[in-house]
Design a protein around this ligand. Sequence first.
Ligand SMILES: [Zn+2]
Length: 72
Amino acid sequence: MELSTDSERLADVSDVATRLAEAEAEYGVKAVRAAASLIEKGNPGECYECGRHYARLVGGLCGFCRDGRIPP
Ligand SMILES: [Zn+2]
């Protein structure tokens, strides 16, 4: 089994984000949150997007980046 490179992983993450954005337009935020939690349980670590450390990342992204918001 080959490990994905970082860029492949980022492509996967953005693909998921695109699909989640489409789901959000169709079903609303609650459905998106439910879908996101099914895809991956949260893990602590640095967000791929903003580089900040969070106790819970989903798909490598913090809640702000997942929602398309700027972290405070
Ligand atoms: Zn982030």
